[in-house]
Write a protein that binds this ligand. Structure first.
Ligand SMILES: O=C(O)C(=O)Cc1ccc(O)cc1
Ligand SMILES: [Fe+2]
Length: 438
């Protein structure tokens, strides 16, 4: 889609050049999965399954011979979530003794430690433990990261079937988990890592595949909250080679008292996007990032932006379930936000503006495309982790596939991250936090 740029902004935008130094230290492909540690995995997984339209596709638990932890894998297109909770630790200790007597391995998650999982849950509550990234070579990724200031958590481990996994510290107790597939290994055979048992989708009454998804395609960005943004940017950028993703929006003229600083790290292909936030101080209200850091007990994953190609359709399905076990959304901005919208994003038709208003969706644009976004309330008990649903419009390049076919591929970060919505968004968050009294 061609984006009309008001004349007075042309000059500034021409001076703005998007830079991508292609500086990754190892081949990064895409987000692979996100793993959450929970107190009870089946209940947490079921809530996300229903709320986001993600059928369960694999499991590892006592029914599959795993006495250490219960793990359930959900999927919607290229989005994979894993929910893990440890069982009673005396069972895990007993199993470990059996294992050392050369019984087959019992946990398909390399490096899993029930005591650490309990300590994690005690500190953070239900929270993301691992940001899984598919890389060309998980061993090379580990070597590069640890040779360049990163802290190793799991040395490269052969999981069988040509799959290798390694982990390095990201921030707080969150790890980057690298997953790679050997030559000729199909990344999409088997629902998850080797050792997980696939669950075939039940069929509906008419034989149709059921349950369908709500249209969520994949993780667009995974945002971390930290105390010291530059420390995190230099450490994560230094070990992975990821570059700072340049952002430009007309509204980006620091008038909004946002309570946060933010930088986006991007992989070469700008498909793996890792924004980092830190609190700012001395503002009227306590920074929402500081609230997170207190409530989460330290740094962690603040939000996942999940991408759909039809935000209206996805939201109708999610909102039908908001008050019956699904996710609730932050309050929509007022009338004025939508009456100003045609001036801010002139590409939207009146029909689109009225649908966005009906569902409380925010819209923004950068020099390249349009971003539609909406935020859930916190997903768990604590005001910490939440989900953003987004659609990006524009910035498509024709890419020739090996067979000669041409496919339109959207550039990463198209439309930005919603800086133009900070004022409206932060009002919703502040109103919500006021009600909590945090
Ligand atoms: O930067 C992003 O990715 C956003 O989606 C904007 C944002 C920043 C901070 C918040 O607490 C909530 C949303
Ligand atoms: Fe976001």
């Amino acid at each position: 889609m061609a984006i009309g740029v008001p004349a007075q902004q042309q000059q500034v935008r021409q001076a703005f050049e998007r830079q991508n130094p292609l500086s990754d230290r190892f081949g990064m492909k895409a987000f692979h999965h996100i793993e959450f540690y929970c107190g009870d995995a089946i209940n947490t997984a079921s809530r996300f399954s229903w709320g986001l339209g993600m059928p369960m596709v694999a499991k590892s638990d006592q029914s599959t011979g795993n006495p250490v932890h219960a793990s359930y894998v959900l999927r919607s297109h290229d989005l994979t979530f894993v929910f893990t909770a440890p069982y009673a630790t005396h069972l895990a200790v007993a199993a470990d003794k059996v294992q050392r007597l050369s019984a087959p391995p019992t946990s398909p998650l390399p490096g899993f430690d029930a005591d650490k999982a309990y300590a994690f849950f005690r500190a953070h509550g239900m929270a993301a433990r691992a940001i899984g990234i598919e890389v060309e070579d998980a061993a090379a990724a580990y070597e590069q990261c640890t040779a360049n200031g990163g802290t190793g958590v799991l040395a490269p481990t052969d999981c069988g079937n040509g799959v290798t996994v390694s982990e390095v510290a990201a921030y707080g107790d969150v790890v980057l988990r690298f997953v790679s597939y050997g030559q000729g290994v199909d990344a999409h055979s088997g629902a998850f890592l080797p050792g997980f048992q696939d669950i075939s989708a039940p069929k509906g009454a008419g034989g149709e595949a059921w349950p369908a998804t709500y249209g969520i395609e994949r993780v667009d960005h995974a945002v971390g909250n930290v105390w010291d943004m530059m420390e995190a940017v230099e450490r994560l950028g230094g070990m992975t080679g990821m570059h700072r993703f340049a952002e430009f929006t007309a509204e980006d003229v620091g008038t909004v008292d946002s309570g946060l600083n933010s930088v986006v790290l991007a992989s070469n292909n700008e498909v793996v996007l890792l924004p980092l936030n830190e609190p700012t101080y001395g503002t009227k209200r306590k920074s929402q990032i500081q609230t997170y850091l207190e409530q989460n007990v330290g740094p962690g994953l603040q939000h996942l932006a999940l991408k759909t190609n039809d935000i209206i359709g996805t939201l109708r399905l999610m909102k039908e379930r908001s008050h019956m076990g699904g996710f609730e959304f932050l309050d929509a901005p007022g009338e004025a936000y939508y009456s100003d919208l045609p001036a801010r994003v002139p590409e939207l038709t009146p029909q689109q503006v009225s649908e966005l208003q009906e569902l409380g969706v925010l819209a923004d644009k950068d020099d390249q495309g349009i971003l539609l976004q909406i935020f859930t309330k916190p997903c768990g008990d604590r005001p910490t982790f939440f989900i953003e649903i987004i659609q990006r419009i524009g910035c498509e390049d024709a890419v020739e596939l090996p067979g000669g076919q041409v496919q339109m591929v959207q550039r990463g970060g198209c439309g930005g991250f919603g800086k133009g919505n900070f004022r409206a968004l932060f009002k919703s968050i502040e109103d919500y936090e006021k009600k909590l009294g945090v």
